[in-house]
Design a protein around this ligand. Sequence first.
Ligand SMILES: Nc1ncnc2c1ncn2[C@@H]1O[C@H](COP(=O)(O)OP(=O)(O)OP(=O)(O)O)[C@@H](O)[C@H]1O
Length: 227
Amino acid sequence: MLTVTNLHKSFDTTEGPLPVLRGISLSLEAGKSLALTGESGSGKSTLLHLIGCLDHPDSGEITLDGERFDTLDDAGRARIRREAIGLVFQQFNLIPSLTVAQNLSFQARLAGRLDQDWQSDLAEKLGLTPFLDRYPEQLSGGQQQRVAVGRALAPRPRLVLADEPTGNLDEATGDAVLDIMLDLVTETGAAFLMVTHSERLAARLDNRIHLAKGTLADDLPVQGIAV
Ligand SMILES: Nc1ncnc2c1ncn2[C@@H]1O[C@H](COP(=O)(O)OP(=O)(O)OP(=O)(O)O)[C@@H](O)[C@H]1O
């Protein structure tokens, strides 16, 4: 279970501090999916980065299964990213000098949780088995994003965070990638938080929250979510 309580984050700018998140609270159960929507600049990526241990909040608490993230130092955040979190971004961020198979196993190796059977299973489910010896530049965008999804899920993370994962793909390809992601997060029992601009894609997840002016709107269905 992910819990976020009264999270605040400002950035220093030349015009002074820019408050981006002003008291965000939410919770997300294992096996559930949550879409995070909001206008450009509303702070969606900032929130995802804090939850994903890529940055630290000014105040507030973030816990995963009772373990606090917000008080960790750089090394602690790096450990959590390795061991508990799978990240998928709009840019596929594959390692160009590694094959598909090596990219798929990269995160699991870092986490010390390489499981060849699960990796083969993942490759099959993601339709990547014929491409295992290719390099990322020899794949289409949709295929590259499926590798990124597989890489994130190979260590069986407890929390999967995705920032516009289908943003660089055409609609049909993006839908197919999201279908597979939803199947896989359900199968692994991970909690899944996805940033999206698309109402259509947001509606495919279990719940949705909307960020505006640094706070979460409270007029949305909140089943399973404490907002
Ligand atoms: N490192 C930073 N330093 C200063 N300002 C920042 C920094 N990161 C983000 N911001 C500002 O914080 C605000 C929120 O940015 P963020 O990227 O979280 O928004 P977003 O909702 O994800 O936007 P988009 O949908 O366009 O990706 C923006 O005004 C942005 O300019």
